[in-house]
Design a protein around this ligand. Structure first.
Ligand SMILES: [Zn+2]
Ligand SMILES: [Zn+2]
Length: 159
């Protein structure tokens, strides 16, 4: 690990070269310095950046590289998005469980069914009297209501 030096009497931030502690390099010159300096240490092996396998960095430079690696930022962003997606999935699961519990419960009541997340299932399963189609004759309306009543009662009995 490298220990960046922060001289108190200087406003210029100096970093310690990872290859040689005697090299105190300004932060904005470090990249250029490393290109030259690493040539003096050809025996030091390269290692792979944890954020991008195409980044080959000499071991002493790894900490410095990781701090600046452009793929680190994008990876952290990606991970956050992934966590958000996972939260949505969990919410969906909760909705499904809620719906199933309401549907199978013996004392389920009509009002609570409105909390289900799927409007289509709600319409198919809710024990709410649907209105007879507009323009129906009174006899048709009566018939429709009778059918509705039958549909709801059979659902309540669990048939
Ligand atoms: Zn150096
Ligand atoms: Zn990298």
């Amino acid at each position: 690990m490298t220990t960046p030096a922060y001289p108190e009497d200087s406003r210029i931030e100096l970093l310690t070269c990872p290859y040689n502690k005697a090299h105190q390099i300004q932060r904005n010159r470090m990249q250029t310095h490393l290109i030259k300096c690493r040539k003096s240490y050809p025996e030091i092996l390269k290692t792979v950046c944890p954020f991008n396998v195409t980044h080959l960095v000499k071991e002493p430079e790894l900490a410095y590289h990781v701090a600046l690696c452009p793929d680190r930022a994008s990876l952290e962003k990606f991970r956050t998005q992934d966590e958000l997606d996972r939260k949505d999935e969990i919410n969906d699961e909760i909705n499904v469980i809620t719906y199933q519990q309401l549907g199978s419960s013996e004392n389920w009541d009509c009002v609570r069914v409105e909390n289900t997340y799927n409007p289509k299932s709600y319409l198919e399963n809710a024990c709410v009297l649907r209105q007879a189609p507009a323009g129906s004759k009174p006899s048709q309306r009566k018939e429709f209501r009778a059918a509705e009543f039958k549909r709801i009662t059979s659902k309540k009995l669990g048939n």
